[in-house]
Design a binder for this molecule. Structure first.
Ligand code: S3P
Length: 170
């Protein structure tokens, strides 16, 4: 089984879809932000505040090399900027969870823990800047993806089924 690498913008639902995928398959799940947090023993937000974004990106690079070398049969969910790793395609099959910016923000705002979800993401603090980031990244996400799943108005379970179906077909 090749690794599946879930990419996509902050708040699109990579974590929720990952949890559904592992319920319906033999994959083990890993999350690049969780790996970084455990390496550093502090939250992503704190890493950004204490050491800045460039340092966080270095940690992502370190994680990407480790994933390529050491990880198999795994469903890997990634932070929204992880897709930029040069070795991304060598880690596994790249699955983009895709949705328009406004739908993503609506999804976050409707979540019972909305305030917490926004607070923990330094790059979501300023919505205007976040939209610009989305507009820059979206074509890059599309370019790097092997599979694209439109997640707009779909449950995590529906998205997970679609991911597994498309991965099998590949
Ligand atoms: C980031 C997304 C975050 C996290 C960090 C940077 C980004 O992950 O890695 O705050 O650059 O888009 P999520 O996509 O899980 O929010």
């Amino acid at each position: 089984m090749k690794n599946i690498v879930l990419i996509g913008f902050m708040g699109v639902g990579k974590g929720s879809v990952a949890r559904e995928i592992i319920k319906h398959s033999d994959y083990i799940a890993l999350d690049t932000d969780d790996l970084i947090e455990s390496m550093e023993n502090r939250k992503v937000k704190t890493i950004f505040e204490a050491r800045g974004e460039a340092y966080f990106r270095k940690l992502e690079k370190k994680v990407s090399h480790w994933l390529q070398k050491s990880v198999q049969d795994t469903l890997i969910s990634t932070g929204g900027g992880f897709y930029k790793q040069k070795n991304l395609k060598k880690i596994g099959t790249i699955v983009l969870l895709d949705s328009p910016f406004d739908a993503i923000i609506k999804r976050i705002k409707e979540h019972p823990n909305a305030a917490k979800k926004i607070k923990k993401r330094p790059l979501l603090k300023d919505l205007k800047k976040a939209r610009e980031l989305y507009d820059t990244r979206r074509p890059e996400y599309l370019k790097v993806a092997d599979i694209i799943v439109d997640v707009t108005n779909k449950s995590a379970q529906e998205c997970a089924k679609e991911v597994l179906k498309k991965v099998k077909r590949l």
